[in-house]
Design a protein around this ligand. Structure first.
Ligand code: NOJ
Length: 522
C-alpha cells in the first residue's frame, strides 16, 4: 500500500451498517445484542470492513425500534449494558474497526424526561419541544396549527390534554420533535453527543438531520401530486417542515465540536422536500466541504432500476453537485428500504456481483448493509408477523421495513446461527437460508457473493486508485458501465455489463458476456 500516510478511514474505508436487533443473539432471547456484535468482530475483520455503524442501541421504549430514545447516555437492556458497549468499542478498535453511533437529534421518546418536563411546563423546559395553540375553526371547533403530516401516518400534531396545546411529531406521536430554535436544546443534545465522543466513538450517523429546524411561523406545506405511495405525507412539498436554513448553522457548530476529537465524522440522513432523488439537497449539507457534515447520504441509487445508464446518470449528477472539497458516499440498501438483492437483482447473484463491484470501486465512501455481502433478500411478512409500526399501518399495500430487517443468516441450520434453534427470533428468518444464503455456506465457496465482496474489499486496500483516485466514465453501450480510476500513475479499469446479453466492450470492441465484470489494473 502506498497511501498509508494519508489514509483517512471515513474517506478511504468502508462502513458496514448493523441493525443490532438482527445481527447475533448472544443472550438467548431471540434479539441481537452488543455481546453478539462483539462475538462477530472477527468475521467483520476477516471480511475487511473499516467501520461499523450501529442503528440506535440507547435506552428506548422501542415504539420505533430504538429511533425513539428515552435516555441518550444509556444502553437499552435489550442490547446489554454499558460494560458490553465499552467492551465492544475496545475490541473493535483493537481490530482497527471504527464504531459509529446513530444519533437521533430531531425527536426523543415521549417518555424522555425532557418531554415529561415539557408537558408539565417544568424545569424551564416549557418550549424544548414544538408546542402550538389550536386554531379556532367554524363554530369554535379546535383545528390543528397547520397541515403537516407525520411520516408514519396521520397528522403531525397531537393534542395534549394537560397543556391544552398541540405538540409536533414528524413520526409517531410517541416521538415528539424537539425545538431546535431553543439554544438550551442544542446545548443539551451536544452534551449527549460529547458523552460518546469522550468514550471514544468514531462518529455519528445523524438521523433525519435536515428535519431538525422547522419554519418559525409553522406555515402549512404546499400540496403536490405523488402517485406511487398512499401516504398523504407524500402528497406535500415539505417546504416548511424540513431543510430550514438555520439547520446549517447548527451543523457548523456540531462540526466545530466534533473537530476537537481526532478523526471523528458525521454522515447525515437527508431527504429533499419532494421525493427522494434530489442529490443537490444532500450536497448542501456538506457546506464548503469542510465545515458541516463530513458525508451526506444521497438516496438516488436506492430508487434506480438495474440499468447501466440510470446508474451512470445518477452518479454523474451526484459528483457534479458536490462542493469542490466535498466527499461522496454511496449506499444501496439500509434498514428503511427494500434490499438491493430483492429490489434490483430479483435474487440473482450475478447481478448482485455487478452492484458489489460498482459500490466498492466508485469514488467515495461505500456503506454496506448487514447481510448484503451474502445476498440476503426481503422476506415477505404476514400481517401477524409484522413489528414495524409503518408496516402495521399500510400492510398489505406496503409491508413496512421488517422485510429488510430479518436476522443475519450465519449458518444453514435452525435459528440460522443467529439464535439457538429452539429460540424464536424477533423476526422470522428468510427461507433463502436453506438455499445457500448463509455465511458458513458461502465461506467455503470461492465463487460466492461473500467472496466477491471480500476480494473487492481487499483490493481496495491494496490499490490506492480505488480509494483516492479520480474517476472518468468512458463512452460505452447503454447497457455497459465503464470507468477508469487513476492515482499516482496507477489505474484500474472497471467494465460492468448490466445486460444478460453480449455487449461490446468499450476497451477492445470484443463481446462482453452477459453480466460480465472486468476489472483490470495497469
Ligand atoms: C429515519 C430512520 O432511518 C428510521 O428508521 C426511523 O424510523 C426514522 N428516521 C425516525 O427516527
Amino acid at each position: 500500500m502506498t497511501g498509508q500516510e494519508d489514509y483517512l478511514w471515513w474517506k478511504h474505508g468502508v462502513v458496514y451498517q448493523i441493525y443490532p436487533r438482527s445481527f447475533y443473539d448472544a443472550s438467548g432471547d431471540g434479539t441481537g445484542d452488543l455481546a453478539g456484535i462483539c462475538a462477530k468482530l472477527e468475521y467483520l475483520a476477516w471480511l475487511g470492513v473499516d467501520a461499523i455503524w450501529l442503528s440506535p442501541v440507547f435506552d428506548s421504549p422501542m415504539r420505533d425500534f430504538g429511533y425513539d430514545v428515552r435516555n441518550y447516555t444509556d444502553i437499552d437492556p435489550l442490547f446489554g449494558t454499558m460494560e458490553d458497549f465499552d467492551r465492544l468499542l475496545d475490541e473493535a478498535h483493537r481490530r482497527n474497526i471504527r464504531v459509529i453511533l446513530d444519533l437521533v437529534l430531531n425527536h426523543t421518546s415521549d417518555l424522555h424526561p425532557w418531554f415529561i418536563d415539557s408537558r408539565l411546563r417544568r424545569s424551564g423546559r416549557d418550549d424544548w419541544y414544538i408546542w402550538a395553540d389550536a386554531k379556532r375553526g367554524v363554530g369554535g371547533t379546535r383545528r390543528r396549527p397547520n397541515n403537516w403530516r407525520a411520516a408514519f401516518g396521520g397528522s403531525a400534531w397531537s393534542w395534549d390534554t394537560g397543556r391544552k396545546q398541540y405538540y409536533l411529531h414528524l413520526f409517531l406521536p410517541q416521538q415528539p420533535d424537539l425545538n431546535w430554535r431553543n439554544p438550551e436544546v442544542e446545548k443539551a443534545m451536544f452534551s449527549e453527543a460529547r458523552f460518546w465522543l469522550e468514550k471514544g466513538v468514531d462518529g455519528f450517523r445523524l438521523d433525519v438531520i435536515n428535519y431538525i429546524v422547522k419554519d418559525a411561523r409553522l406555515r402549512s406545506n404546499p400540496y403536490r401530486i405523488h402517485r406511487t405511495f398512499p401516504r398523504r405525507h407524500d402528497q406535500q412539498n415539505h417546504m416548511y417542515d424540513r431543510n430550514q436554513p438555520e439547520t446549517h448553522s447548527v451543523l457548523k457548530r456540531f462540526r466545530t465540536m466534533l473537530d476537537v476529537y481526532h478523526e471523528t465524522f458525521t454522515v447525515g440522513e437527508i431527504y429533499p422536500n419532494e421525493g427522494v432523488r434530489e442529490p443537490a439537497t444532500s450536497a448542501r449539507y456538506l457546506g464548503d466541504g469542510e465545515d458541516e457534515l463530513h458525508l451526506a447520504f444521497d438516496f438516488s441509487l436506492l430508487e434506480l432500476p438495474f440499468s447501466a445508464t440510470a446508474f451512470r446518470q445518477a452518479l454523474e449528477t451526484w459528483y457534479r453537485v458536490l462542493p469542490e472539497r466535498g466527499w461522496p458516499c454511496h449506499v444501496l440498501s439500509n434498514h428503511d428500504k427494500s434490499r438491493a438483492m430483492t429490489r434490483l437483482c430479483g435474487g440473482s447473484v450475478e447481478k448482485a456481483k455487478i452492484l458489489a463491484t460498482l459500490l466498492l470501486t466508485q469514488r467515495g465512501t461505500p456503506f454496506m448493509y448487514y447481510g448484503e455481502e451474502i445476498g440476503m433478500q426481503d422476506r415477505f411478512m404476514k400481517k401477524s408477523e409484522l413489528q414495524d409500526p409503518l408496516g402495521k399501518l399500510y400492510w398489505p399495500l406496503f409491508q413496512g421495513r421488517d422485510p429488510a430487517r430479518t436476522p443475519m443468516q450465519w449458518e444453514t441450520r435452525r435459528g440460522g446461527g443467529f439464535c439457538a434453534g429452539d429460540t424464536v427470533p424477533w423476526l422470522p428468518l428468510h427461507e433463502s437460508l436453506w438455499k445457500g444464503c448463509s455465511v458458513s455456506e458461502q465461506q467455503s465457496d470461492p465463487d460466492s457473493l461473500l467472496f466477491c465482496y471480500r476480494s473487492l474489499l481487499l483490493r481496495r486496500r491494496s490499490r490506492d486508485e480505488l480509494t483516492r483516485g479520480n474517476l472518468t466514465f468512458l463512452p460505452s453501450h447503454p447497457d455497459v458501465l465503464a470507468y477508469r480510476r487513476e492515482y499516482a500513475g496507477e489505474a484500474s479499469l472497471i467494465i460492468l455489463n448490466f445486460s444478460k446479453y453480449q455487449r461490446p466492450c468499450p476497451e477492445d470492441g470484443n463481446d462482453l458476456t452477459g453480466y460480465e465484470i472486468r476489472l483490470t489494473e495497469s
